[in-house]
Design a protein around this ligand. Structure first.
Ligand SMILES: [Zn+2]
Length: 158
């Protein structure tokens, strides 16, 4: 039995915040604003897993008005969601994600992001794909105002 899930996330980019994507600190003059560490890639993946499980979204499980999750490491949230999937009797077959960020270019960080996410999800690096695109100078991403991430996951009953 297979289940598929989709996730999407967006965070505003502001000065004075770190930019963390897939658990990896990106060298940037601006970072993502948010209650947690605002890791859009980790959030999109976690939402995709929750979607596959029909378990609502991240906001349901980790409310942003709860001080417990302030500035929290989003890999921890992803690990908890992964644990929930195992609890429901599922394991991750593969995940595919796209991050949209105008700058800096993410190419040199991709392998590290895939390795970090795969470790958190307890799968081989070959099961986690991360792609990077820019906004081509269009929309909020293109103007450098936001970072977005899309993710799809496939779960299989263990
Ligand atoms: Zn988020």
């Amino acid at each position: 039995m297979f289940r598929i899930g989709i996730g999407h996330d967006i965070h505003r980019l502001i000065a004075g915040r770190p930019l963390i994507l897939g658990g990896v600190l990106i060298e940037s003059d601006r970072g993502a604003d948010g209650h947690s560490d605002a890791d859009a890639l980790a959030h999109a993946l976690a939402d995709a897993i929750l979607g596959a499980l029909c378990e609502g979204d991240l906001g349901v499980h980790f409310p942003d008005n709860d001080v417990q999750w302030k500035d929290t490491d989003s890999l921890q949230l992803l690990a908890r969601v992964c644990w929930l999937a195992r609890e429901r009797g599922y394991h991750l077959v593969n995940a595919d994600a796209t991050v949209m960020l105008e700058r800096p270019k993410l190419r040199e960080y991709i392998v590290q992001m895939r390795e970090t996410l795969a470790k958190t999800l307890h799968v081989d690096t070959g099961c986690v794909s991360v792609k990077a695109k820019t906004g081509e100078g269009l929309d909020a991403v293109g103007r450098g105002e936001a970072v977005t991430a899309h993710a799809v996951v496939l779960l299989e009953q263990s």
